[in-house]
Design a protein around this ligand. Structure first.
Ligand code: NI
Length: 163
């Protein structure tokens, strides 16, 4: 498994701030990328991974928060319900955890690896992970949710952010 793992880009790598592009067609290249991304996510005990985290600015994410592997191309949240607060980590920002409020339930329009358009609803940790990964596609990171004083004085903030 390990040999198929891709290198995870670590903050402040500039690729993590880029806005990813829509995929016109899921071709062999994208399918291979999706498989590598899934293996990389599992090898690093992550619950999700977005393409820019492996240096590719395409709108592709993989998520497995315990309900099986989801492969999503061009994911778009179309409805949101409820709100919950939870500490999140990110494979691209090691040893940092940030409390983030996100929708509890979402429905997502996306393309699967066979190019079929799908709309599905998700809740709980899976919904949270999808929202986190879609943030990556827009160049947004968990540290952007920190209050301004923790961004200016990161050391002081860190004490509270680590569990
Ligand atoms: Ni992340």
């Amino acid at each position: 498994m390990k040999e198929a793992s891709l290198e995870i880009k670590i903050y402040p790598d500039p690729v993590l701030r880029k806005k990813s592009q829509d995929v016109q067609q899921v071709a062999d290249e994208e399918k291979r990328l999706i498989d590598y991304m899934a293996e990389t996510m599992y090898a690093n005990q992550g619950v999700g991974l977005a393409a820019p985290q492996v240096g590719v600015t395409k709108r592709i994410i993989v998520v497995d928060a315990g309900d099986g592997l989801l492969k999503m191309v061009n994911p778009r949240i179309i409805t949101k319900k409820g709100a919950s607060l939870l500490e999140e980590g990110c494979l691209s920002i090691p040893e940092k955890q940030v409390e983030i409020q996100r929708a509890e339930e979402i429905s997502v329009l996306y393309r699967d690896e066979k190019n079929s358009r799908t709309i599905k609803s998700f809740k709980g940790l899976t919904a949270r992970a999808i929202q986190h990964e879609i943030d990556h596609l827009n160049g947004k990171l968990i540290i952007d949710y920190l209050p301004w004083f923790k961004r200016i004085f990161p050391k002081k903030g860190e004490v509270k952010c680590l569990q």
